[in-house]
Design a protein around this ligand. Structure first.
Ligand code: GDP
Ligand code: MG
Length: 710
């Protein structure tokens, strides 16, 4: 393969709704570029893009595939991105490596969840967009309705470049406004003819509207347009290219990926209008704020946007060359961890087919194997510029968490290693070993996402694993003051143990004056690791307990704070005043006072109207306005308090405070309430007392569990 120059490279991501035809389109694009000589289909499970075992099993994409097409002297790198909302981490990563999104829309369904997600991230990441209205050969294809929806949802920037003449069964022709021709598809060939008389006035009207819209992208072109009342084909292309890059226009084209209709023209349109990496307005930046150059003459900056572990090959790293060039056997430094790396091989990928090349220039996307210590979001550079670290991909935070445990404890280690492996290659998953909950918590993007993890355990790792709802990190506190004393006395043969502690405990709140009915001799304030405070006051008079035993008493109290008396959860926000006690000249020691402190504290705690506090989250739920009522009712059923709402376009965002305990699997509920269109975020807000009935239920559950464990 020839070495493509930066100006000859185009990078696109195929995004949009699940089952809209992205993988089929990727296959057709590769076919039109001569990269494969026959088109596989998703239904026959033989595409080059959906080649992973899980994808063949499920007949849909799970992970982004890298493909390319060589067309019109250019190399078009194609990232085929899975369309389900749960895989939006793949989309974000793909967007970090391309200059334009091609959003595939199923003409039978119009806008779908995946279309909206693609649009949302395009907006967020300033990504130019082209719409490919696909499946125009299908019986229920409705181009006009689809376009109306696109304009309705995404605004007037959505601009028709092609429209079908005869959509549905028998579809074979489109009118192309830019070429000013009718295209008729015959087999894999295209015939171009003049626009027929019955379409002429409609086409001309649309062309003039397009010219005017595109010309607005550039002052000079606008002037030309004003003078001549039209733009030449060259000028129109120039204007379109600018408008696309500036996100002033989102062109709409027509395809039937399955029948390979409109695909060659789409590739041509991409060649003509999509910016080369070096032409793009909004280039990636390094953490130091430097814009990458996409210049082959610069030192190398190569960004790892994806990694995978594949059978027979080991670890694959997918790399976007942001500056300079890479060549086989080149030495680079990982500028994140300074590991020295050698590019033993440079591979280009047509999905599952990989081919070795010797060199690739800035702007290209390649793949390599067997790097030593390189992960997603790392940057490889020539040793001279190890300060250059490309800004990291911001993966979506999890919206669904589960506790993971090996079904057989003998598999604990294997399950732990597998989990670590899985989250290394999918950064929209998170993993936490929670000391507090005594559980391993996996965070994911939804039920489907979790199902892929389950699939890996079952089919790849062959390990039996249980997934359960995570425990809730409750807190315990007190609501009134109480006093208690405890005498720990033990006489066992020789030396005994003796310690007696009297304490007064009081609820703590921020800004409270530190005074109590006993004179305070010494006070210590301990901010607790798990939030809240413990104030420890030494109010001993007359030396009834030596100061040297105070740390032991505190230690005993801390033990109970860590495993609260009610449910074993962390306790918080308590003032402890040690005001009296007794010592024995021989038998008093630290252990005795620790036990006395701990037990007195437990007794006092129980009398101090103890309460359980639960974590409350700020929830922002964005839903289509028509489903707002149902979503609100559901939230109220979850003990949520709605704080307000804002409408934007067709969507309403509800803001609420809700207890974490009620939000388990919320993503699934929301999805069914909104046909998959609702999204939400959750951020920790604080702790609040649980209602009495909830407290009763929790106490009962804890007692039962404790009885079981005994
Ligand atoms: N009729 C028709 N079916 C299509 C077309 N493109 C894809 N399909 C079918 O739609 C289904 C989903 O296709 P796929 O490429 O996997 O969609 P993806 O999820 O967007 O990658 C498959 O059954 C395809 O055969 C098309 O242009 N016309
Ligand atoms: Mg797919």
């Amino acid at each position: 393969m020839k070495v493509y120059k930066t100006s000859e490279i185009r990078n696109i991501a195929l995004v949009g709704g699940a089952k809209s035809g992205k993988t089929t389109l990727a296959e057709a694009m590769a076919f039109n570029g001569g990269v494969v000589n026959r088109r596989g289909t998703v239904d026959d499970k033989n595409t080059i893009s959906d080649y992973r075992e899980i994808e063949i099993d499920r007949k849909n994409s799970v992970s982004t595939s890298l493909l390319y097409s060589e067309f019109g002297g250019k190399k078009i790198n194609i990232l085929d991105v899975p369309g389900f909302a749960d895989f939006q981490g793949e989309l974000v990563a793909a967007y970090s490596a391309v200059e334009t999104a091609v959003v595939v829309v199923n003409a039978q369904n119009g806008i779908e969840v995946g279309t909206e997600i693609a649009h949302r991230y395009s907006q967020k990441m300033n990504m130019p967009m082209i719409f490919a209205v696909n499946q125009l050969d299908a019986e229920k294809a409705n181009f006009d309705e689809t376009v109306a929806q696109l304009k309705d949802f995404f605004g007037p920037k959505c601009t028709v470049i092609q429209y079908p003449v005869n959509q549905g069964v028998g579809f074979d022709s489109v009118i192309d406004i830019v070429l000013n021709k009718q295209l008729t598809f015959k087999g894999d060939k295209v015939e171009m003819s003049d626009i027929p008389a019955d379409q002429a006035s409609k086409a001309e009207e649309m062309r003039m509207a397009l010219v005017e819209e595109a010309a607005a992208a550039d002052d000079e072109l606008m002037e030309k347009y004003f003078e001549d009342g039209d733009l030449s084909h060259e000028d129109l292309t120039k204007a379109l290219k600018l408008a696309l890059d500036k996100r002033d226009i989102f062109p709409i084209l027509c395809t039937s990926a399955k029948e390979n209709m409109g695909v060659a023209r789409l590739l041509e349109f991409i060649n003509d209008n999509v910016p080369a990496p070096c032409e793009v307005i909004d280039k990636p930046k390094t953490k130091a704020g430097k814009t990458v150059g996409y210049d082959v003459a610069n030192p190398t900056i190569a960004f790892v946007f994806k990694a995978a572990n594949e059978q027979h090959l080991g670890e694959l790293s997918y790399i976007k060359i942001m500056d300079g060039e890479v060549s086989e056997a080149m030495d680079l430094v990982n500028s994140v961890n300074q590991s020295k790396e050698r590019l033993s091989q440079i591979l280009i990928c047509a999905g599952k087919n990989r081919q070795k090349i010797e060199k690739a220039e800035a702007g290209d996307i390649i793949c390599t194997i067997k790097l030593k210590d390189v992960k997603i979001n790392h940057t490889l550079t020539t040793a001279k510029n190890t300060d250059d670290v490309v800004c990291e991909i911001e993966f979506p935070t999890p919206i669904y968490t589960v506790a993971v445990k090996a079904a057989n404890s003998s598999d604990d280690e294997k399950v732990g290693a597998a989990l670590k492996d899985i989250v290394t290659y999918d950064r929209s998953l998170t993993l936490e070993n929670s000391r507090e909950l005594r559980q391993t918590i996996l965070g994911c993007q939804g039920e489907l996402h979790l199902n892929t993890v389950k699939w890996y355990f079952e089919n790849q790792y062959k390990l039996a694993v249980n997934f359960t709802a995570p425990n809730i990190p409750y807190r315990e506190t007190i609501t009134k003051s109480a006093e208690a004393m405890y005498r720990h006395k033990k006489q066992s043969g020789g030396s005994g143990q003796f310690g007696e502690v009297h304490m007064l405990i009081e609820p703590y709140y921020d800004g409270m004056p530190n005074q109590t009915k006993y004179p305070i001799r010494d006070t210590q304030e301990y901010p607790l690791e798990w939030g809240g405070k413990l104030v420890f006051n030494n109010c001993i008079v007359g030396g009834s307990i030596d100061a040297r035993f105070m740390p032991a008493i505190l230690k005993g109290i801390m033990e109970k704070m860590e495993q609260g008396p009610l449910t074993g959860s962390y306790a918080r926000d308590i003032v402890v005043n040690i005001y009296d006690g007794k010592m024995h000249p021989v038998d008093s020691n630290e252990t005795a006072f620790k036990i006395a402190g701990r037990t007195a504290f437990r007794e006092a705690f129980k009398q101090a109207a103890p309460k359980i506090k639960e974590p409350i989250y700020d929830i922002a739920v964005t839903v289509p306005t028509e489903s707002q009522g149902g979503v609100m009712t559901d939230l109220q059923g979850r003990r949520a308090i709605v704080m307000g709402m804002d409408a934007e376009g067709k969507y309403t965002t509800l803001r609420a405070k809700a207890p974490l305990a009620e939000m388990n699997r919320y993503c699934t509920a929301l999805s069914s309430l909104t046909s998959g269109r609702g999204t939400f975020t959750m951020t920790f807000s604080g702790y609040e007392l649980v209602p009495t009935d909830v407290q009763q239920a929790l106490l009962k559950a804890y007692e039962e569990q404790a009885a079981e464990e005994e």
